[in-house]
Design a protein around this ligand. Structure first.
Ligand code: FES
Ligand SMILES: [Fe+2]
Length: 407
């Protein structure tokens, strides 16, 4: 186990055993760098993470670099047309190979001594090496990469969780929005100086929405408790059929509980009446997605693994990816996707499209950082979850279960 000693693992087991059900995590889960190392091995690198949409790399040689904690992968459209990922680590003496964050190239040249790799990761040039040098044995290491209905997923483990059932069960909901043929309209990375788990925990619950997000709370009914929310679903359910929207549901809790498989889920929730989509005035911000014919007034939550979440409105998709940078810093990447033939400036305006989740994420950043400050205090003690924080409670229980599961 990388960087984690037996004693640390035993301490973690004790901390897990001390954890009171229904309460937030103990302080050391947020502040102890050794626990963070264990999380990287058992959770972060062991699971699939959304790294973008295939439309970002339309042409052979298009690449982007994807960083998570201490790891970096080059994701590239290779000669055979497929998207592949390679560890961004030179096979000579280990320098980072690609320093750019995206571009188009025929080869990657290491900035240290010039070893050169083609877009299939093969080593094609290295000066002054012996005649019997094993060229084939020094290509860039492969990183697990798959494209699921247009979404690029990356996993830093050589034995990633199976995607088979996810591909099958999510096919129908994703086809409604034609995920394969979306295009990236905007991307923004938010640096959040707080432990990564607080960023995800915050996304899991909407107990804070009424207090922290006045704009979001005007349109999203998720800030209501379950019973009230079910009452307001009616107007959406009545419209769905006429809009070409199927009433589908995939239970994400069930899927997260299956060992060896990616967790995934799908559900659709009504916005408040009068809101067609997630925009300032609730009016459309882009052309309808897929084969949808009208607005049903709902938004679909989708989950892919423990760090990637999507929200599909009728006319655009917002994808959120929360990853650690180090044990006290995290990042939220947001991707805004629209249908591929929508023209910027004519069919959508980037500022209008991104407004809601930009203001909401900025507000989230502030509350997460404040949360982290308090969690690091000597006076912090785990507090009880409310009913509305049920998804966060389930998430925390899952984290602890994974943390206790050896590699
Ligand atoms: S470390 Fe890359 S060429 Fe030497
Ligand atoms: Fe929030």
């Amino acid at each position: 186990m990388n960087g984690v000693h037996y004693d640390d693992a035993r301490v973690v087991e004790e901390l897990i055993a001390e954890q009171k059900p229904g309460y937030s995590l103990g302080q050391r889960f947020y502040t102890d760098p050794d626990i963070y190392e264990l999380e990287l091995e058992r959770i972060v690198y062991r699971n699939w993470i959304l790294a973008g949409h295939q439309s970002e790399l339309p042409t052979t040689g298009d690449f982007k670099v994807f960083r998570v904690a201490g790891e970096s992968a080059i994701i590239v459209r290779s000669d055979d047309g497929t998207i592949k990922a390679f560890a961004n680590v030179c096979r000579h003496r280990g320098s980072v190979v690609c320093l750019e964050s995206r571009g188009n190239t025929r080869k990657f040249v290491c900035p240290y001594h010039g070893w050169t790799y083609d877009i299939d990761g093969a080593l094609i040039a290295a000066r002054d090496m012996p005649d019997d040098f094993d060229w084939d044995g020094h290509g860039l290491h492969r990183v697990s990469c798959d494209v699921v209905h247009g979404l690029i997923l990356v996993c830093f483990s050589a034995a990633p969780p199976s995607l088979e059932n996810c591909k099958k069960e999510m096919a129908e909901p994703m086809a409604m929005f034609d995920f394969e043929n979306l295009k990236l309209a905007s991307h923004k990375a938010y640096a959040i100086p707080a432990n990564w788990k607080l960023s995800i925990e915050n996304y899991q619950e909407c107990y804070h929405c009424a207090t922290a997000h006045p704009d979001y709370a005007r349109m999203h009914t998720l800030m209501l408790d379950r019973k009230k929310r079910e009452r307001v679903q009616g107007h959406m359910l009545e419209k769905m059929d006429d809009c070409g929207m199927q009433n589908l549901y995939v239970d994400r809790i069930d899927t997260a509980a299956r060992p060896g498989e990616i967790g995934y889920g799908y559900s659709r929730t009504a916005l408040f009446e009068g809101y067609l989509t997630g925009s300032k005035d609730g009016q459309p911000v882009a052309p309808l997605l897929g084969s949808l014919t009208d607005y049903d007034g709902g938004a679909s939550d989708m989950t892919f693994g423990p760090m990637s979440f999507l929200l599909a409105y009728s006319d655009h998709v917002v994808a959120y990816v929360f990853t650690p940078v180090d044990f006290e810093n995290s990042r939220c990447d947001i991707y805004w996707l629209v249908r591929d033939n929508a023209a910027e400036g004519k069919d959508y305006d980037v500022d209008e499209l991104t407004w809601l989740w930009d203001v909401t994420t900025e507000a989230d950043k502030t509350i997460i950082v404040n949360n982290y400050k308090g969690v690091c205090s000597r006076f912090y003690q785990p507090g009880p979850f409310s009913g509305m924080e049920r998804p966060e409670r389930i998430y925390v229980e899952w984290l602890l279960q994974e943390l206790a599961r050896p590699l």
